[in-house]
Design a protein. Structure first.
Length: 124
């Protein structure tokens, strides 16, 4: 049986973990809205434009919820890092973007930085 203090710590840890999960999902959705932005051709194609709006609003909404518990700096950096790395990887695999050693190394640094920021972030 947990003491009141242990229950409070457990509850805080669960909220903190959920907040980071929201940031990760929001970052993946950022990849979706970036890809749809390209596919919309300047908002001239209906379905990619609608998809962009759905992905963007969902991403911003989840990030907003996460920021109730997390510091803005690490959370925002993780969100943009996931979005940037995810978009670059998607572009190379599915859109014919140029693949180079420097690009792959740079994406690796972004991912390492995202992990480091996530581990260093603090809860409110």
């Amino acid at each position: 049986m947990l003491s009141k203090a242990d229950e409070a710590v457990t509850e805080l840890l669960e909220a903190y973990t959920m907040a980071w999960l929201l940031v990760i999902v929001a970052g993946l959705l950022e990849t979706g809205f970036a890809v749809c932005l390209k596919l919309s051709h300047g908002f001239t194609r209906l379905w990619p434009t609608i998809s962009f709006a759905i992905f963007a609003l969902s991403s911003f909404g989840l990030l907003t919820l996460a920021l109730k518990r997390l510091d803005v700096g690490p959370a925002y950096a993780v969100w943009t890092g996931i979005g940037a790395a995810g978009t670059a990887i998607y572009g190379m695999i599915f859109l014919g973007d140029v693949v180079s050693t420097l690009k792959l190394v740079s994406i690796s640094f972004v991912i390492i930085g995202v992990i480091g920021l996530q581990l260093s972030g603090s809860a409110h």
